[in-house]
Design a binder for this molecule. Structure first.
Ligand code: AMP
Length: 393
């Protein structure tokens, strides 16, 4: 069932959203991206004659601490939705049920933090059932927590006949399908970030699907060392060298082109104040570490990306948080943006790449930026997320 197939007239839609937004010391929302991302679904229900009950978690409360109250989000959410959001100080029970029952079509009610109850993350069935009393239709639009089998994201779905994905969840799934299921070719993936070990399942899942795989960031050094290169004091996972060689061998068999950096920016310490130099990739002296890709690598990667029709980008090319080592990631951002302008479909997602893309201003120049770091990473690993499975079943 899709959201378009459901009649919301005089119905209460219980929507699991991801309003886990950052707050400053005065409890003001500092980044409302997640609230904005849920807007389309909420407005859809309101415009189709329904009312909306929003449930979410905020932070990791242990003892119903005030700092994690979703009441801090009311003003921002009202602003974004253009509707005064009502609030109830519980997410289940009498108080919540009364507030939900009193809702008129066109109205929006926000429930208190689901994680004030440990039953939420435990995936408790009675808790899920108590939540389900609040609505007639269940919508899951919380992509950021779709990889968790929590009460409100997965367990609850069994108590509804009418249930569907929200528009954000849909956008995330459609975007990933465009990359991994029905890509226009060539399909080029860029994998960066720190560790091979945290991305190995992603590599295994996409290796046979992509035409070209660019390996950048800290994980490249394990591949370089495994092939006999000198990497100095660069980040390496020695126990993953054999695996790196296996990946390279498998890529040869499947005609997947793997592109590794050929030059690097090196530093004599992991610091912005370090002395900085350049080196060829397999010739990094002892006492030095590679913290970003060099210009030739950027140019090589640019050439590969300009031929792409579909691009997947996960993970930065260097330690982009420090200015001297951000150029490789910025240059990748420019190359992906240019390819997108020339007609490629580009998806950025999973982990840190999203913050890099936002920080350097490329978010509007790529086709889609995923809103869920961990959830997107698990989808790239080929896993079926509990929040998705629960709706489909
Ligand atoms: P991930 O969460 O796996 O995408 O990793 C992102 C992190 O990798 C960022 O915080 C980067 O600073 C870090 N990173 C990227 N390249 C390197 C490198 N050459 N050495 C150490 N850390 C790196």
């Amino acid at each position: 069932m899709t959201i378009d197939q459901i009649n919301f007239e005089n119905k209460r839609a219980l929507i699991r959203v991801d309003f886990n937004v950052p707050l400053d010391e005065n409890y003001k929302v500092t980044d409302a991206t997640r609230i904005e991302a849920a807007k389309d679904t909420i407005i859809h229900v309101l415009e189709h004659g329904g009312s909306v009950i929003l449930m979410s978690h905020l932070g990791r409360p242990k003892n119903k601490e005030e700092e994690f109250s979703l009441s801090h989000v009311i003003a921002k959410a009202s602003d974004i939705l253009g509707v005064q959001v009502q609030f109830v100080e519980d997410c289940k029970g009498e108080l919540a049920e009364k507030a939900a029952n009193d809702l008129e079509p066109g109205e929006v009610l926000l429930l208190e933090n689901l994680r004030y109850y440990s039953e939420e993350t435990a995936g408790d069935t009675s808790f899920a059932k108590a939540l389900s009393q609040l609505g007639d239709v269940y919508i899951n639009d919380a992509f950021g927590t779709a990889h968790r089998a929590h009460a409100s994201t997965a367990v609850i779905a069994q108590f509804f006949e009418e249930k569907c994905f929200g528009l954000l969840m849909n956008r995330e799934m459609v975007s990933l399908d465009k990359v991994l299921k029905t890509p226009e070719r060539p399909l080029v993936a860029i994998l960066g970030g720190a560790k091979v070990s945290s991305k190995i399942t992603v590599i295994e899942n996409i290796l046979t699907k992509v035409d070209d795989l660019i390996i950048a960031g800290g994980m490249a050094y394990t591949f370089i060392k495994a092939q006999g290169g000198k990497i100095g004091d660069s980040l390496v996972e020695n126990d993953k060298q054999e695996l790196a060689l296996e990946i390279l061998a498998k890529a040869k068999q499947t005609n997947t082109n793997i592109h590794l950096p050929v030059d690097v920016i090196i530093a004599n310490s992991f610091s912005e104040m370090a002395t900085i130099d350049k080196a060829a990739i397999g010739e990094i002296p002892d006492g030095w570490m590679g913290l970003d890709i060099g210009e030739k690598s950027s140019q090589n990667f640019h050439n590969v990306l300009q031929g792409a029709k579909t691009i997947l980008w996960n993970g930065p090319a260097g330690v982009f948080e420090m200015e001297p080592f951000a150029n490789g990631t910025i240059s990748l951002g420019k190359s992906v943006s240019e390819a997108t302008k020339n007609g490629a479909f580009s998806l950025v997602g999973g982990g840190d790449s999203v913050s890099a893309v936002k920080q350097f201003g490329f978010a509007d120049q790529v086709s889609y930026v995923s809103t869920g770091g961990g959830a997107m990473l698990e989808m790239l690993e080929g896993k079926i997320l509990p929040g998705i499975a629960a709706i489909k079943e």
